[in-house]
Design a protein around this ligand. Structure first.
Ligand code: ADP
Ligand code: MG
Length: 238
């Protein structure tokens, strides 16, 4: 079970409250997308689920277990960032296996996991290359591969495609949708791209200034926006 639940979750930086009481139910296997303008708290919320930010108040549970004080490495999650920060001196294979090696997994087992991820992401011909010999899209696939090998219950993506050009973004969007289908994993995905949100999401969460404005399936939000803000954000592609 890999449900993620948030109950009245809040976050303050100093005196400034940036997440103002978020309630959310993310079901196991669901693809949930956070959208909202820059600075509304999307990354902060994701980082709190990951354990990279503390929760000021409220409750976070993953798979029914309270996670507020649990170390990021013990949460069963893997996060993929916008800047994928591969290790430049390591090959693709070494990059993908690094976290497993660090965790003390036996060599043979690491090889198996990495080969499996390489197959899913069609990275097999590139396994001996260094990151500088890869295209942007290939690097991003390696970054996703590093997450897959850990068999997380929940994948967290923070604007993973925003550094890619438009054509590659469309291609990677299809790859990520396929990944979700194939792995059946729970995915929480941040983007400020409405089209990305509409095409990928089972459920969209619209955030504004640290508050959830509306939650619903893409067409629900499109057909029945709760207010003008949601309508403007979802309904009028630029
Ligand atoms: P988004 O990802 O939606 O663009 P963020 O979650 O990055 O927004 O930021 C939400 C708000 O919290 C912003 O006003 C930002 O300036 C503030 N913030 C984020 N991280 C910190 C931090 N470490 N210290 C102080 N303020 C922060
Ligand atoms: Mg952000």
């Amino acid at each position: 079970m890999s449900d993620v639940t948030l109950r009245d979750v809040r976050k303050s930086f100093g005196a400034v409250e940036v997440i103002k009481g978020v309630d959310l139910d993310i079901k196991s296997g669901e693809f949930v997308v956070f959208v909202g303008p820059s600075g509304c708290g999307k990354s902060t919320l994701l980082r709190m689920i990951a354990g990279l930010e503390t929760i000021t108040s409220g409750d976070l549970a993953i798979g029914g277990d309270r996670m507020n004080e649990v170390d990021p490495s013990q949460r069963g999650i893997a996060m993929v960032f916008q800047s994928y920060a591969l290790y430049p001196h390591m090959t693709v294979r070494e990059n993908m296996g690094f976290a497993l090696r660090f965790a003390g997994m036996p060599k043979e087992e690491i090889r198996k996991q990495v080969d499996e991820a390489a197959r899913i992401l069609e990275l097999e011909p590139l396994m001996d290359r260094k990151p500088k010999a890869l295209s942007g899209g290939q690097r991003q696939r390696v970054a996703i591969g590093r997450a897959i090998v850990r068999h997380p219950k929940v994948f967290l993506f923070d604007e993973p495609l925003s550094n890619l050009d438009a054509e590659l973004r469309v291609h990677m969007r299809i790859e990520i949708a396929k990944l979700h289908r194939d792995l059946g994993a729970t995915i929480v995905y941040v983007t400020h791209d409405q089209v990305e949100a509409m095409t990928l999401a089972d459920k969209i969460v619209v955030l504004r200034s640290g508050i959830v404005e509306q939650v619903g399936a893409p067409l629900e939000l499109y057909d029945n926006p709760a207010n003008l803000f949601v309508a403007g954000f979802i309904g009028s592609p630029k």
